[in-house]
Structures are given as C-alpha cells and as structure tokens.
Design a binder for this molecule. Structure first.
Ligand code: PMP
Length: 405
C-alpha cells in the first residue's frame, strides 16, 4: 500500500463537510481517525464472538480469549518486547503511568527520594508522580528545556543523585513536537542504576519504538493516537520490574486464590489486568497496528515529516506568525500563535472554514507558564493528510489573521 490519497478511502469520516466546508482534520495529536479495518474488526467482534475472556469454558469464550491474546502478541511484536507477558493492556497512556507511579510509590519510594520529570511533560506524566511523591515523601525534580524546546541534557545529567529512583520523560512532546533523545536519556539513567519510564502517547505513531534497543524500563501509549479505538492502551514493562511491583487494582483475573486470610496474585500480565478487559479495544488495536505495518510505519513517519516540512515552509510566510517549538528533531506537530491573538480565536475562526485544530495549553500548563504564553494553536498531521489540505489551512490562517487584525 502506498502513502497517498488512496489511504483516505480507509477513513470515511474524512469525506464529510463541516460548516459547509470539506473537513480538514489536523487534530491528530489529540486523537487519530480510525480506518475501516479497525471499526469493522470491532463490530465483527461484537457480532460474532463477544464473550468474557479467560474464564468461560465455552466456545465463544475460547475464541474471544484467543483473539485477545493474539492482540497482545501483535503489540509485543510492534514494539519488539522480549515477552508477551510484558504487555499490560490499560485504558491508555494516563492509566499506564498512574499504574507505574502508584505501585512504584508503594514499593520503591521513600521520604526524600527523587523522581525526575521534564518541563515539557503532559499533565498525565506530572500529576501521577506528584501523587506518588505526596504519598511517599519523595520529591520531584524537573529537567529544563531551551527556548527551541530541546531538553537540556547537561541539566538532566546534573540532576542525578544517590536518591534518584526513577525518570519519567516523554518520547515526543505533544505541545512542541520535540522528539527527545530517548536512547541517551535511558543510557544516562542506567549509568546511575535508575529505571526510565517513557511516555509514548505521541511517540508510538510519530517515531515508533523498539523497547529492547532503547532499553527503556517502561513505555506507555494509547491506542487512539495510533488509529485504534479509544479506551485501550498499553503499558510495557520489563519483566523484572513488573514482577517486583505490587498489583495496582484488585479484582477478577488478577488473583490466583482469594481467601479472607490471604490472597495470592496471578502471574504477569494478568496481575495488572483486574476486571473484565476491553477485548474489543484490544482487537481494534491489533488491527490498527496491522494497518500501520501494511502501509509501512517508516513510510508513514517519513510522509508525516514531509508534511511537517512543507507546512513549516508555507507558514513561515504568514505575517506575524510565531512558531512555538523549533527543536532539532520534531514530529509532525506545529504549535503557533498569530501575533498576540488568543489561540482560541484563531481556532474558532478556522473551524468555520472546516479546519479542526486544537487550541489551549494542551495539558502542559507548566510548559506554557515557562514559555509565558496562554497556550498555542496546534496543527498535527497523520498519514491521511495532504499537502492540498495544508494549502487550504495556510490560506485560512491568512484570512483569520486579517479578520483578527
Ligand atoms: N502524554 C502525552 C504526551 C499525550 O499527548 C497525551 C494525550 N494528549 C497523554 C499523555 C495522555 O493520553 P491519554 O489521554 O490517551 O491517556
């Protein structure tokens, strides 16, 4: 399959009109659209084999269990994990990070220990660690960034002390598009025997990950940001870490035996999958990853980068535009402001021209405070976007600018 206009046929949602104009969907960092192979797989599941997994002795339950476990293996291959039991299905990135932060706080953190995060983190990779610190008495330390949005690696190195217990950093910034040097980040932490959690919410689609090559200890992502349904996500954890951490939630599937005196817990990955899982979501995720593989992930990444290059070139010509985030390595995310106009006004005006972008702080308030701006307008690309759409978008921005001026 080639990355070209044919791809759009897989996404019927894109052929509609909004406000009487053809929809141009540039809010892919918030969530991607789903190909019909994914929506078909989800409805097929409910129409043919819907059943609860692992527990039933009957035909449908066996099929549903097989399908669910097949999805786990697809994820394992996609991120090159060593074992399929290192793949924990979650609701999304946020739940994965909360799982690690809460269980790490319970077992590994004590008063005055230190947790390193960065200034460009999404709230989902700040607040769980703040809660973990509150519970344990540990303290949060923050790696700085420069004005372009690059992480200050020297600053990062300086932050390590004997009390550093974990690093939690984003693979790719959802506000600035910065792609962080994750291999270096992990290597530096490992020199201090400190594990690293990578927030892969954006990185999974825009960069891809080989967890063994990068050697990260945890990697979290959400299916919905890589063409899969909402409500399904993945926490990858190295076996020895997942073995050491205590269960996160209690309930069905995560136990071996329950008595009022003592409960014993199930093996990985089930120890961390309490309750009925999102089987349809896991199957949808499997089909989304298959779609990416069939198109070619590297081809998709290259295509998105080409869209980024083209868009930046066009947008630089717009009078008074301020591009926010010009890191050396960037994913296909452009944050910007039109002069001093409020981002929400720009977003609303171009929405009426059929263009969907995100405006605001993008759940990175500490980053916006540091940059001293209320927020940005953010356009983010996916495989189905085209240069023609970018032309319309740039024209729309020029009209919005005129109206606002
Ligand atoms: N981290 C980053 C970098 C993100 O972009 C997002 C989603 N905007 C999240 C975490 C949270 O993802 P979710 O809401 O799917 O859990």
């Amino acid at each position: 399959m080639n990355v070209d206009e044919k791809i759009r046929q897989f996404f019927p949602i894109l052929s509609q009109q909004v406000h009487g104009k053809p929809l141009i969907y540039l809010d892919n960092a918030a969530t991607t659209q789903k190909p019909i192979t994914v929506t078909d797989a989800v409805s097929d599941y409910y129409e043919t084999i819907n059943s609860n997994v692992h527990r039933g002795a009957h035909y449908l339950s066996t099929l549903a269990t097989e399908a669910y476990e097949k999805a786990r293996i697809q994820v394992q291959k996609f991120i090159n994990a060593k074992y399929s039991h290192e793949i924990i299905f979650t609701r999304g990135t946020t739940e994965g990070i909360n799982l690690v932060a809460a269980t790490f706080a319970q077992k590994m953190l004590k008063a005055d220990d230190e947790v390193i995060v960065s200034r460009m983190e999404h709230h989902s990779n700040i607040v769980p660690w703040q809660l973990a610190c509150e519970k344990s008495g540990a303290v949060l330390k923050v790696v700085g960034i420069d004005q372009n949005g690059d992480l200050l690696l020297d600053d990062y190195q300086q932050l390590f002390t004997k009390k550093t217990k974990i690093v939690a950093i984003t693979h790719t910034s959802n506000s600035l598009g910065t792609i962080n040097p994750i291999k270096q980040i992990v290597d530096i932490a490992h020199q201090h025997q400190v594990p690293v959690l990578l927030d892969g919410a954006q990185g999974i689609k825009s960069c891809g990950i080989d967890v063994q090559a990068v050697d990260c200890d945890f990697y979290c992502f959400s299916g919905h940001k890589i063409y899969a349904p909402m409500g399904i996500g993945v926490l990858y954890g190295k076996e020895h870490w997942l073995e050491q951490l205590p269960p996160y939630q209690g309930g069905g599937e995560m136990i071996k035996h329950v008595s009022f005196e003592k409960t014993t817990f199930n093996d990985l990955p089930f120890k961390f999958e309490a309750g009925t899982p999102n089987v349809a979501g896991a199957i949808g995720l499997q089909h989304a990853l298959q779609f990416v593989e069939e198109v070619g992930h590297q081809q998709m990444i290259d295509y998105e980068k080409e869209l980024l290059r083209y868009a930046v070139e066009q947008m630089k010509e717009i009078e008074n535009i301020r591009l926010i985030g010009t890191a050396k390595e960037k994913s296909a995310i452009i944050s910007f402001l039109l002069g001093n106009h409020h981002p929400a006004d720009t977003g609303t005006l171009i929405d009426f021209m059929g263009i969907a972008v995100r405006t605001g702080h993008h759940c990175t308030q500490p980053l916006m405070d540091y940059l001293n701006i209320p927020g940005t307008v953010r356009a983010s690309f996916a495989v189905y976007n085209t240069k023609k759409e970018i032309d319309v978008f740039v024209k729309a921005l020029c009209s919005a600018q005129n109206m606002l001026d």
